[in-house]
Design a protein around this ligand. Structure first.
Ligand SMILES: *Cc1c(COP(=O)(O)O)cnc(C)c1O
Length: 395
């Protein structure tokens, strides 16, 4: 197989060798149901509890506050629907942001159809919400604030500490979708006053199909998945033992290497951003330079389509993304890019490259070399660009 240059780690990551090594026996040798009584099954129960401890430790939570799910989407759905239902006697108003992942946005829209009211906070051109807007949106019947820790498209990190403080002052529950942040930046749920937090395994080198929801002790929540007594009666289905072992190991590894890995990715990130924006005209970085995930690059190129950039990158073995994985395949531009104020035609020409553990400096050099001629080639075929050049010449 030809070498691939994988720059789509915000969509999913490969399972790390360390995680693979740890989990493989739980598919074959040690396949028992943790609820069964014999010794081998009890061993499987133990490893599930070990993983719960590993995830809890990463967030400064208690293991009893961690519940395993099937992924980030389920964690978001459970948090939002479960709180909305449990606290509906107190109120039916929810505050979120305009740039959430669809797992949050579409859940909020669903609740609107059930009679809840939702305020979608706008963001500035860097993708940050304003805490003043948040304070102004709070009402006596507000029961939940759900704002993502870091954005999956443009990498913007929200002022989570301030949001947590405001939520606490007003006695409102605070949930954060931390799927892009967990394992990448430090998170202390106690210091940040976070009541619920969603994460996913496959964004941090564990398998797909496993996630976790942190639910602070004392928070009431309705179940999403009804059935058996797994997860202390809060989430039914036989435990995904290999997935759970994987997410525990991945989280532990991520925390152990976080400082050095952040530094390394930030360097590669800035090299690519500077390398491309210095060589190509009429392009810019989306999102915040300062409050940014270490592995996120999102650049808009005027006059061309993100999809055509992806096709030419693909021909060179480079995997990237345009908008989010969920929006590609549809013609609508990304709701995140529209929310930061890009007009439709400019929102179409964006490229996201997201870094991970396995990206190297050499791969960065390759990307920096390949992209400028690709942009030039696409612009030569672009009627928009032709028009622009004509208008420049007529000046
Ligand atoms: C990937 C992602 C999700 C969904 O996680 P899954 O495990 O794929 O369901 C939710 N929120 C954000 C911010 C994400 O990046």
């Amino acid at each position: 197989m030809d070498k691939i240059y994988y720059f789509d780690n915000a969509a999913t990551t490969r399972v790390s060798p360390e995680v693979m090594e740890e989990i493989s026996k739980y598919f074959t040798e040690s396949y028992f149901n943790p609820s069964s009584i014999y010794t081998q099954a009890q061993k499987c129960k133990e490893v599930v509890e070990k993983a719960r401890g590993q995830v809890a430790a990463a967030f400064n939570a208690d293991p009893r506050e961690i519940y395993f799910t099937s992924g980030g989407s389920e964690a978001d759905n459970w948090a939002i629907k479960g709180i909305a239902e449990a606290y509906s006697d107190k109120g039916r108003h929810i505050i979120t942001s305009a740039i959430e992942h669809h797992a949050v946005l579409h859940t909020c829209e669903y609740l609107e159809s059930k009679g809840y009211e939702v305020t979608y906070l706008p963001v500035n051109k860097e993708g940050l919400i304003s805490v003043e807007d948040l304070k102004a949106a709070i009402r006596p019947d507000t029961i939940l604030i759900t704002i993502m820790f870091a954005n999956n498209e443009i990498g913007t990190i929200q002022p989570i500490e301030e949001i947590g403080k405001i939520a606490k002052e007003h006695g409102i529950i605070f949930h954060t979708d931390a799927v892009q942040a967990a394992g990448h930046i430090p998170i202390d749920v106690k210091a940040l006053n976070i009541d619920l937090l969603s994460m996913s395994g496959h964004k941090i080198y564990a398998p797909k199909g496993v996630g976790a929801l942190y639910i602070r002790k004392g928070i009431k929540i309705k179940n999403l998945i009804h059935g058996g007594q797994q997860e202390r009666g809060r989430r039914a289905t036989t435990e995904n033992v290999p997935g759970i072992v994987g997410i525990g190991k991945a989280m532990e590894d991520a925390v152990a290497h976080m400082a050095e890995e952040t530094e390394r990715q930030r360097k590669i990130r800035d090299k690519i951003i500077d390398g491309i924006t210095s060589k190509v005209d009429h392009c810019w970085l989306n999102g915040s330079r300062e409050h940014r995930l270490p592995g996120n690059i999102n650049i808009s190129f005027e006059f061309i389509e993100g999809e055509s950039i992806l096709l030419l990158l693909d021909m060179n073995g480079i995997c990237g993304s345009s908008g989010s994985a969920c929006t590609s395949g549809s013609l609508d531009p990304s709701h995140v890019l529209l929310a930061i104020g890009l007009p439709h035609e400019k929102a179409h020409g964006s490229l996201r490259l997201s870094l991970g553990r396995f990206n190297t400096e050499e791969e960065a050099d390759y990307v920096i070399e390949k992209i400028p001629p690709i942009i030039e080639r696409l612009r030569k075929m672009s009627p928009l660009y032709e028009e622009f050049i004509k208008s420049q010449n007529n000046k």
